[in-house]
Design a binder for this molecule. Sequence first.
Ligand code: SAM
Ligand code: SF4
Length: 465
Amino acid sequence: MIKVGELEFPPRKVWLKTYGCQMNYHDTERILSHLSGLNFTRTEEQSEADLVIFNTCAVRDLANQKFYSHLGETKKLKESPDINPETGLKKNVVVAAGGCIAQTEGKDLIKKYKQLDFAFGTDVVDNIGEMVYRAYAGERKFSVTSWDKTDNYSIETKITHGSPMAFVNIIKGCDKFCSYCIVPFTRGREKSRRLEEVVKDVKRLVEYSGVQEVMLLGQNVNSYGKDNGESLAQLILELDKIDGLKRLRYTTSHPYDVSDELIAAHKDAKKLANHLHLPVQSGSNTVLQRMLREYTIEHYLGLLEKMRKANPEIIISTDIIAGFPNETEEEHLATMKLLDLAQYDFIYAYSFSARKGTKAARMEDVLTDDIRGRRLREIQAKQLLIQEKIRSNMIGKTYRVLVEEKGMNKGILKWTGRSSCYRLVHFEPQFPEQDLQWNWVDVEITSATALSTQGKIINILGKNW
Ligand code: SAM
Ligand code: SF4
């Protein structure tokens, strides 16, 4: 039993569902860490939860739909046996919604869904303990969606998973206002943590939590430090010096803000991974203009060339939106051509979906869902052919992977890990009971298709090297 203020908190279970990007997964970690202080442990079974939390994503329609359907299903959690005569619902399960949808629609959700007890936005994640306290003190139907008005963005990274990989937020919000994107409305203005604070934070994670691989996070990490006269490149070079840290990644980058200094860091920082995710969105300059992306395809391709020169091992991935409003066939073909020119290792391609409140949602649009679907399929099919070719070059080469998990693959037990260049590699253990989780292993690639890379163990370095 834990006593906080006037309330006693017996051991309870929280069920948490996360939608969307790494930023949301990172927020989920923070939520879980705060809730452990109120005696909550996580459960994968919604039926045994005392507290149910949805961490929502508003970026595309599909994630929205999934959340509304999952929230609708929670009504049954509140039905019998313990009935509140006022609402007709079970009293003791608390249901909450946080994240991007809750930020903009919190009040409406509370009104519309009887079973929803409270909603909270993206900037109050660290106040979750206070909100849960209010709920267990008997308060219901409240929504907290205020923005943090302080100049500083100062946090300590929370991890609860016990793995050697950690997400570290370095900048929050986004000032770009790309015409299709809801993020500036759901995550607010850009604010960076101070470089000194991030370095201390990562040193602490490495020394005391066994972290070896760090992913620096932000909606636009290339804007990091602008307000403080600091930069992502400086941060990377400082983190590179930390003993015990093995690998460093960052995401997501906006091409407009990729500096020469950052490109040089890809050459100089020994721990910076051989991977860059650089979302392009479209291969057409006219579409990029309508998206308000602030760069041309020529500039973008120039960046790829410089990156590949700085680090010849680097692999590049991207995001693409198929069927932006009024995209012509010619504009779509420009994206198809870009795939040939850029030679991405993988892409995340999405069909455009109108997000309420954005400029693109107000554009008159002649495209149909069928056209969008066909263009998306064409992009994906072409990329798979390119990917197959690129990945066949991996055969015979050896990659160092950090082993994450095991699973059955066509009836055969295989372990899976990620290389520095972010490729997932599957391989068999040397004997059936061998536990390789969180070991570093050198794996020689024996076969590679567009979607799967298989290898054999060459050397096991153990959990540290
Ligand atoms: N900050 C990153 C950047 O500048 O590219 C992207 C962050 S966004 C949350 C992730 C991806 O979702 C985008 O790169 C884009 O491809 C996709 N996306 C965002 N809004 C979208 C929309 N309205 N329709 C379809 N895809 C969208
Ligand atoms: Fe959205 Fe553009 Fe900001 Fe990325 S840079 S989060 S796409 S507004």
